[in-house]
Design a protein around this ligand. Structure first.
Ligand code: FES
Length: 403
């Protein structure tokens, strides 16, 4: 372990009240800079998606950072070595200062990506964002059909999103289309790919639902069957062969249908640094849900100190924290024991092996969920008013109920 008092370790943790100086990391094992900065500018959103990755208690969280505070975060992160900047939410277009932040990020040398539902992305704003130097736009759809797109977001936005996609291309932005996949739209994967091709998307991200936050609340409704996943994957393979480089399709098999876990976030505190709207620094999107983790706040500690010295970012780095069977597993360097948030949600202890792994003694929790999905009829999604198995939309009222 590095000694914070050692003069060769120039960052001193403000956990002890010392003032920070910047030069080299304290962490053990050695860690590089946070190359990927995700600025979650706001949790406000015009959509009400049933699989939203925002915290379920978002409505009760603190005030959003000001423009000056976000600018300070960008400068500190860039000085640390961050290179990729995602601007997301909620819906980042609800921030009037988005263009100001993009302009500063560009000046600092970030590669900037706007992650948006498209609601509020007018021609005027697209022009302003282009002038500010925005590099890339990721636009979300819920499905290739108006019916399901509008049902899952609980809004009438499908036609508007199609127009926005056309405008994004007309302004010359590279565009990723993103569609979260689950039981209801996996059978539409061919139509979703056709839609992306028609719109001229450069990439299509077919993101199988990760079961945290709102998606975890709705897991019984959203979890697909194994055969749905396999059929969709086969469709994707056929398209990849047919269309080549015209549109790159990303499709990752959902965790529950794997027998080994994924290296979540490419390792805890290894590459990814998220900043929540209220200024909490996050090692992953779902870290708020982990008990006993005191998330550091960017308004209280310098970013370098948070990244290299905070207990939170150091908690699951390396291998020292692992329990069996991970500790002695010869695959631990590859998967880093999987996802801490999934381990907590499914086993009650974030330091356990991700139970997606078939070597985990608690793997049965995952198998049981997959068996449940297989036994469920393939019904159309049901309105929240149908009480026996309601879908829970992301709304302020539902969020307040869970705060
Ligand atoms: Fe938190 Fe995987 S989402 S570690």
């Amino acid at each position: 372990m590095n000694d914070p008092a050692d003069p060769r370790n120039p960052i001193q943790s403000t956990e002890t009240g010392a003032s920070p100086r910047t030069v080299a990391p304290l962490a053990d094992p050695p860690v590089g800079p946070p190359l990927w900065l995700l600025a979650e500018l706001t949790y406000r959103c015009p959509l009400h998606c049933v699989f939203c990755s925002n915290p379920v208690d978002y409505a009760s969280l603190g005030q959003e950072l000001s423009t000056a505070q976000w600018l300070d975060v960008l400068r500190q992160a860039r000085a640390l070595g961050a290179a990729q900047l995602g601007l997301s939410g909620g819906e980042p277009l609800l921030r009037d200062d988005l263009e100001v932040l993009v302009e500063e990020a560009r000046k600092l040398g970030f590669y900037t990506n706007l992650i948006t539902s498209g609601i509020g992305l007018t021609d005027k704003r697209l022009g302003a964002l282009k002038d500010a130097g925005l590099d890339h736009i990721q636009l979300s759809f819920q499905d290739s059909t108006q019916e399901l797109n509008d049902f899952l977001s609980n809004t009438r936005t499908f036609e508007l999103k199609k127009k926005v996609a056309t405008s994004i291309k007309a302004h010359g932005f590279p565009m990723v289309l993103n569609c979260v996949l689950h039981r209801y739209n996996l059978p539409h994967v061919n139509r979703i790919i056709d839609m992306a091709l028609e719109m001229g998307a450069d990439y299509l991200e077919l993101a199988n639902t990760q079961y945290y936050g709102w998606a975890y609340l709705n897991r019984a409704e959203l979890i697909p069957t194994r055969s749905q996943v396999e059929q969709a994957e086969a469709v994707v393979q056929r398209y990849r062969k047919r269309i080549g480089e015209r549109c790159k399709i990303l499709f990752v098999v959902p965790d529950y249908f794997e027998d080994r876990p994924k290296r979540c976030m490419n390792g805890w505190g290894n590459l990814f640094l998220g900043i929540a709207p209220d200024g909490l620094a996050l090692p992953c999107h779902a870290a708020r849900s982990l008990p006993g983790l005191v998330l550091p706040r960017v308004t209280e500690r310098p970013l370098a100190d948070i990244w290299y010295c905070s207990d939170t970012f150091r908690r699951y780095r390396g291998f020292g924290w692992m329990k069996e069977p991970c500790r002695s597993c010869d695959e631990k360097e590859h998967d880093l024991a999987g996802c801490r948030c999934q381990a907590y949600l499914l086993t009650g202890d974030a330091a356990n092996a991700d139970p997606v792994c078939e070597k985990s003694p608690l793997h049965g929790a995952v198998e049981q969920t997959v068996r449940f999905a297989a036994a469920r009829p393939q019904a159309a999604p049901r309105r929240a008013s149908v009480r026996e198995q309601p879908i829970i939309f992301r709304t302020d009222a539902n969020s307040r109920e869970r705060s």
